[in-house]
Structures are given as structure tokens and as C-alpha cells.
Design a protein around this ligand. Structure first.
Ligand SMILES: [Zn+2]
Length: 317
């Protein structure tokens, strides 16, 4: 008998058939290079996260916004094409905490403490209550690797728990980057239909006229998910930079939910136990190792665990 949650093959192939377009990151400049725009279409990634972690509706929206933000921050803050940024949001709400990690080359993963936590839609506007589930009494911490390989973490108090406003405040206060941040997850029939994010960064030398136009554009743009529904990520970029001469910088960077766990690493983690403990695992028919980041369960067989001990004996001989 096989537990359907336990599987031993590739981590990603189970979600290949989701009826959603491939996710991607788009970069652009506007207003003669004085504005930099980075957007991510993340519907597929967020739906995969929902399925992997059995997330409630509101937890899906919260983790989805954090995932989109992590990839955008990796592009904005990273110096390398494979720069990685992780985000930890803890606001005292029912979801516990949220962790998301994104890289500029489009690999995203993340999880929340309480995936089943949920709240009714907000009475005021019927929207998912993200700030309610995240909470507002806490902080957002952003960790990235500096050029010398050392991790650097900056953090600020949460502003609203809605995540976009919190990421924007972080960029302004901790990184001195004037910016606008839009994040959104739109669900339909219990599934993610649209999700994504957009960061617009004002560069040195930007004119007041450009900033005024940008502000007006963002007010007129409304919800990011409405733009994604109507015309996709490109439409959102065009709306944000309307009248500001948008220049798409590069080809779209494909993005996906991608974890760095593997069967080999799961097996390696058993080396932290002593030989007696591993013998118990063998006698009990093997051991499950769970990856928090992606929800994957690796069932390691008695033979695999025994091989680990044989390998260790060889190393000691
Ligand atoms: Zn994993």
C-alpha cells in the first residue's frame, strides 16, 4: 500500500499539467532609464504552492504575494543573475509566519507555519483578509547574499500586513530605494487563477514630472490582478508606464516553483542520527523525511538507510 503523499520520483513533474500559463519575469525601463520595472506572472507557481502545502484561500494569497515579492526583490537587490533573496514575515496573525525565497533566475519556493489558517473575506470590500491572517504586530526581514558570499539581513516593522506595502516600506527605509510595489493573487472556484507582482524603482535623476505621471498611472491601474486578468503581465507594465516610453529590457525569464531538496539530501540528513537510531529506522520499515519548503515527503527504504551505514563504515576503515 502506498501513501499518496509519499513519492520517490522527481519533485516537479507532478504539477506539469496545471491548466495555467508558464510563469515568467519581465524587466523593463521607462522615462529614459530613470524608472526600472520588474514584473512577475506567478499564477502557476502560486497554484503549485497551494497544492503542495494544502493552503487555505487566504494563506494562498499571503504566501503568493510573498513568493512574487521574493523573486522581484532578488532582481532589484541582487547583483548576479542567480541572486537569491529570502523573505520572512511574522505579524502575530493566525498564519504564524511566512517564508519565501526567490532568485533572479526564476526559482521560487516558500511555506507558511499554519497552512490551514483562514479568515472570512473582509466585510468592507469582500476581499481576502491577508493583513488579518498575517497580522500587523511584527516585522518583515529580507535576507540576501552579499558579493563576498556573506548573508545580510535587513528588517522593518510591518506597516499593514498586506505585504506589498510592507515590501515597499522595506525598500524605501532599509535600502533607500524609492519605489512602488503591487502584488496580487486572484482565486476563482478555489484555485489560483491569476497571481503576480510588479516593482517600479525610481533611479537617481528621475524627474518630478515622471514621478507625478507614475503616481497617476498606478492610481489608474487599480488592482494588479485586474490587469493580469485583462491583458497579462505586459499589460500591467504598459499601464504602469503609460506615457513614459516603456522599453522592455530583455526576453522573459521563465520562472517556476523549484526546491533545492533531493532524495540524496534527504538521505544525507539521516547522517545526523547515530547508528542505533538508524537501526531503529531500518527495523521500522524505513523513514520519511519531509521538506518544509516544498512539502515533499521522501520515503527512504531500509536498504537505502543500511547502505548509508555501510558507506560510513567504509569511510572509517
Ligand atoms: Zn523541498
Amino acid at each position: 500500500m502506498t501513501d499518496p503523499a509519499v513519492h520517490s520520483g522527481s519533485v516537479t513533474d507532478r504539477y506539469a499539467d496545471l491548466p495555467l500559463p508558464a510563469s515568467s519575469i519581465l524587466r523593463a525601463t521607462a522615462a529614459g532609464g530613470t524608472l526600472r520595472l520588474v514584473g512577475i506572472e506567478a499564477s502557476r507557481i502560486v497554484e503549485e504552492a497551494r497544492l503542495r502545502h494544502h493552503l487555505s484561500k487566504t494563506a494562498t494569497a499571503a504566501l503568493g504575494r510573498a513568493l512574487a515579492a521574493s523573486a522581484l526583490l532578488a532582481v532589484v537587490l541582487g547583483k548576479r543573475t542567480d541572486a537569491r533573496v529570502s523573505l520572512r514575515i511574522e505579524g502575530g496573525g493566525p498564519v504564524g509566519w511566512i517564508v519565501a525565497e526567490g532568485s533572479a533566475d526564476g526559482r521560487l519556493r516558500g511555506y507558511v507555519r499554519q497552512p490551514g489558517a483562514d479568515l472570512p473575506p473582509r466585510a468592507s470590500d469582500g476581499k481576502l483578509d491577508v493583513s488579518g491572517i498575517v497580522g500587523t504586530d511584527g516585522e518583515i526581514a529580507v535576507t540576501r547574499l552579499l558579493a563576498n558570499g556573506e548573508p545580510y539581513t535587513g528588517s522593518v516593522r510591518l506597516q499593514s500586513g498586506e505585504i506589498a506595502e510592507d515590501v515597499s516600506f522595506y525598500l524605501g527605509a532599509s535600502e533607500q530605494i524609492p519605489n512602488a510595489v503591487l502584488l496580487g493573487v486572484y482565486e476563482e472556484g478555489g484555485r489560483v487563477a491569476h497571481a503576480g507582482g510588479l516593482i517600479i524603482q525610481a533611479m537617481p535623476g528621475v524627474s518630478d514630472e515622471t514621478l507625478g505621471r507614475l503616481e497617476a498611472n498606478i492610481r489608474a491601474l487599480g488592482l494588479l490582478t485586474d490587469q493580469l486578468r485583462a491583458g497579462g503581465l505586459l499589460a500591467a507594465l504598459e499601464a504602469a508606464a503609460q506615457g513614459l516610453d516603456l522599453q522592455l529590457a530583455t526576453e522573459a525569464q521563465p520562472a517556476h516553483f523549484s526546491c533545492r531538496c533531493s532524495r540524496g539530501k534527504a538521505l544525507d540528513s539521516l547522517k545526523f542520527f547515530d547508528a542505533n537510531e538508524r537501526q531503529e529506522m531500518i527495523e521500522e520499515g524505513g523513514q520519511n523525511v519531509h521538506c518544509h519548503w516544498c512539502g515533499e515527503n521522501y520515503h527512504l527504504s531500509p536498504a537505502e538507510i543500511a547502505a548509508l551505514d555501510a558507506e560510513e563504515r567504509r569511510a572509517q576503515a
